[in-house]
Write a protein that binds this ligand. Sequence first.
Ligand SMILES: Nc1nc2c(ncn2[C@@H]2O[C@H](COP(=O)(O)OP(=O)(O)OP(=O)(O)O)[C@@H](O)[C@H]2O)c(=O)[nH]1
Ligand SMILES: [Zn+2]
Length: 225
Amino acid sequence: MKINDNTADFDTIGEEHVGTSADTPLRDDAFVLSNEEKINLIKEDVRHIMDTLGLDLTDDSLKGTPNRVAKMFVNEIFGGLNPDKKPSASTFSNKYKYGEMLVEKNITVYSTCEHHLLPIVGKAHVAYISNGSVVGLSKMNRIVDFFAKRPQVQERLTIQVVKELQKVLNTEDVACVIDAKHLCVNSRGIRDTESSTITAEFGGKFKEAGTRREFLDYIKLDTAF
Ligand SMILES: Nc1nc2c(ncn2[C@@H]2O[C@H](COP(=O)(O)OP(=O)(O)OP(=O)(O)O)[C@@H](O)[C@H]2O)c(=O)[nH]1
Ligand SMILES: [Zn+2]
């Protein structure tokens, strides 16, 4: 079963919840262990990997690595698996009747490829058209960062950002473009250091050619990073 951090995203069929395809694939029991218990278990797993590689875990530079990596996984780079860390996105009334799109561009993305557990580094560009409320600017950066802090594929990250903002702002009129480098492509495997990946999700009015064009003109993608 796939669990999302947001039960409102589930379609309900009788008693059964069916996750949408944009949900992060988590098991039902994903939150049975405390963060401390997870860190202690992962620490032993990392120690085992290092030990298998033949590394001397008594070396003063290496001995802290299992604990360091375990804390980093749970609290930092995969911290967005924890629904408690989801940012609360304050919204305000659009009293000034601002009717054009708002674009938050060049949002820094640090994520982790779920196929290789290597970094994804890039920029996200997010836009919406108000349906009566506006969201604090920084909350868009925080929402991107929350979903980035998970094992990800870029397509899912892009969709999760849009779905969350659609919910927060109560409108379909939300778009997100992400341009990012995958170290699994750049630093290993094919080792193409120059290529990057662009993904896009356009909701509501952003499906219309003119609105989409305006957004893409604002973000001038080729200068994104
Ligand atoms: N669609 C998609 N693919 C991704 C993403 N991140 C990494 N990948 C790809 O996932 C694929 C995994 O393919 P595999 O053939 O199982 O792995 P691999 O043998 O390490 O493949 P190479 O990377 O080609 O060496 C690779 O082609 C990656 O480039 C992503 O965000 N979206
Ligand atoms: Zn990868």
